[in-house]
Structures are given as structure tokens and as C-alpha cells.
Design a protein around this ligand. Structure first.
Ligand SMILES: [Zn+2]
Length: 301
């Protein structure tokens, strides 16, 4: 018995046996690489341990999945994509808990985007699909129903998938909270530092002098921290920043210049055309009615 075992150990330590045992890739069937005697010896030594003597080594080697290089690379890639998906899920749940995003924020995606909506502004959609977070801030503007919010949210989603913190806040809601600015609540503080912030419906807010100053503070903090800011509005940026613009009102007209500077470099995305909203239930529709029922655009005249 003992002698047989010893004999088997001898037998199974033969590198030729290893070469014979390792078959084709169990996943794709690709032929196994031919092991040189040295490689087979190394493999055998690697798996030889006191708990796997003799025949056990052979059984062990047979059970191992010797995936070919392609399959093991694919396996590694899917493990990495699973890990990055888990990171994304954790980030999203944190952002939801802190109310920095809503359940609507990450609904839109380029994959689910409506081609009829995109057809109206093909160049802009091409730009968005190619977008990577660089230094630019972005102002999306144009009539409602053309997918401004949808597009901005696609970019937020991409940022989150790349591990950046994001936030979305309607300008009017943010202004309601801005009197508490001095208190520096966690919510307001987070808006200063998240990687990408979407300030929505800038033209639906009522901009008091305090509000304009608070906006400058927010953008100044984000500029200093090198963070990206997105804005959406139905009207173009000049309505706020141009000569006689609404951010020039009040006791400090130069604030508008300061705000404009803090938005540099600014990429403008102008959406042209008429809304498809009343013709069809569109993805842009779903996105933009996602904010608040009371604030649903496109329902008016
Ligand atoms: Zn394979």
C-alpha cells in the first residue's frame, strides 16, 4: 500500500503526465498550450503540497479550470466590471440618502434615448455621446421638450459610473435653501464639492440679490475646487449674463461678470426645434416631468 502510494507519487510527478492531463480550454475549447517540461514541472511543483500528494495532485490538476488567455482575460474583465458596478451602486445609494439626486436622476441613458428627439439636434447628441469630464462647464438651453434635462442626466450618469460624485437640484429649490447658506448645512456644503452638479431650470427661479450672491458663492467654491457645473434653462445664458441680464440687477451689477467668470470655460448646448411632447410620450418627457409634479413643463399652453 505504502509502496504503491510511493510508486504513484513517482508516477504522477512525471511532467509528461501533466502535459497529458491539461486539456483544452473548458470554456471555449481552444487547444491548451503545449507545456514545456520545465513549465509542467513548475505547474506540478506549484500544486504539490502535503495535502495533495500523489494521485490527489492529478485530480486537483484535472479540476482546475485552465482557461486560455482570452477566456481568463474576459473573466478578469467581467470581475472588474462587476466590482465597478458595485462601486456605482454604493455611490448611488449614498447620493440618494443625502438627497443629492432623486430616483429620476439616473433614469435616462444614451441607450434608451429617443431617436425622434435626437433627430432634432443630432450634433448636440453626438457631442454628448463623446463627452468626457474635462474642464468645461455646460449650459443646456432651448425650448422645453427637446431633451435638455435628459441629456444632462445622461452625462451625470456617466460621471457617476466613472466614480464621480454628482448632484442635481432645481434652481428654485436651491434658492429656497440658500437663506440657510450661512449655516452651511451638509446639503448645501455638498453642492459646493460634488464632482458634477446640475442646476436645473435656472429660469424658473426668482433671482433676488441674495440669491444671485449665493449663486456666486456656490460657483466660486466649485471653481476653486475645480468641479464641473451644468445648468439648464429654456432661455439662453445671455438672458442672465448679457447686457441688462437678470443677474445684473440689484446693488452689484458686476456680480454677473464674476458669475460668468466662474463658469469658464463654458460649453453651450443649444437645443433647437419644437417640442415633441404633445405629439408623443417621449423619453425627454419622462425625464423632465421627473422633478416635481407641480413643476411639469410642457403642460402649459
Ligand atoms: Zn478559452
Amino acid at each position: 500500500m505504502c509502496q504503491n502510494q510511493a510508486q504513484r507519487d513517482e508516477e504522477f510527478s512525471d511532467v509528461e503526465l501533466v502535459q497529458a492531463v491539461i486539456g483544452p480550454c473548458p470554456k471555449c475549447g481552444a487547444e491548451a498550450p503545449a507545456y514545456s517540461p520545465e513549465e509542467a514541472e513548475a505547474l506540478l511543483n506549484f500544486h504539490r503540497d502535503p495535502t495533495h500528494p500523489g494521485k490527489a495532485i492529478l485530480a486537483y490538476i484535472r479540476e482546475l479550470d485552465y482557461l486560455c488567455d482570452n477566456c481568463s482575460a474576459a473573466l478578469e474583465e467581467s470581475a472588474e466590471s462587476r466590482r465597478s458596478h458595485e462601486r456605482y451602486q454604493r455611490l448611488v445609494s449614498t447620493l440618494l440618502t443625502k438627497e443629492l439626486i432623486t430616483k429620476f436622476t439616473l433614469g435616462p441613458s444614451f441607450e434608451a434615448s429617443d431617436p425622434d428627439i435626437e433627430a432634432r439636434n443630432l450634433n448636440e447628441w453626438d457631442w454628448a455621446r463623446d463627452w468626457t469630464a474635462g474642464r468645461e462647464n455646460v449650459w443646456f438651453y432651448g425650448p422645453p421638450g427637446l431633451g435638455k434635462t435628459y441629456m444632462a442626466r445622461c452625462l451625470l450618469k456617466r460621471s457617476a459610473e466613472n466614480g464621480r460624485s454628482i448632484a442635481e437640484v432645481p434652481a428654485a429649490k436651491w434658492l429656497q435653501k440658500s437663506p440657510k447658506w450661512e449655516e452651511n448645512t451638509p446639503f448645501l456644503a455638498a453642492l459646493k464639492t460634488v464632482g458634477v452638479l446640475l442646476i436645473e431650470d435656472v429660469d424658473k427661479a426668482i433671482w433676488t440679490v441674495e440669491g444671485i450672491n449665493a449663486l456666486w458663492e456656490l460657483l466660486d467654491a466649485r471653481y476653486t475646487a475645480n468641479r464641473r457645473t451644468f445648468l439648464t434653462s429654456n432661455v439662453d445664458p445671455e438672458y442672465f449674463l448679457g447686457p441688462g441680464g437678470s443677474w445684473r440687477r440689484g446693488d452689484n451689477p458686476s456680480r454677473a461678470n464674476a458669475i460668468a467668470e466662474r463658469l469658464l470655460p463654458l460649453h453651450r448646448v443649444q437645443m433647437r426645434g419644437t417640442s415633441l411632447r404633445r405629439e408623443t410620450k417621449s423619453s425627454a418627457d419622462q425625464a423632465e416631468t421627473g422633478n416635481q409634479a407641480s413643476d411639469a413643463p410642457g403642460i402649459g399652453p
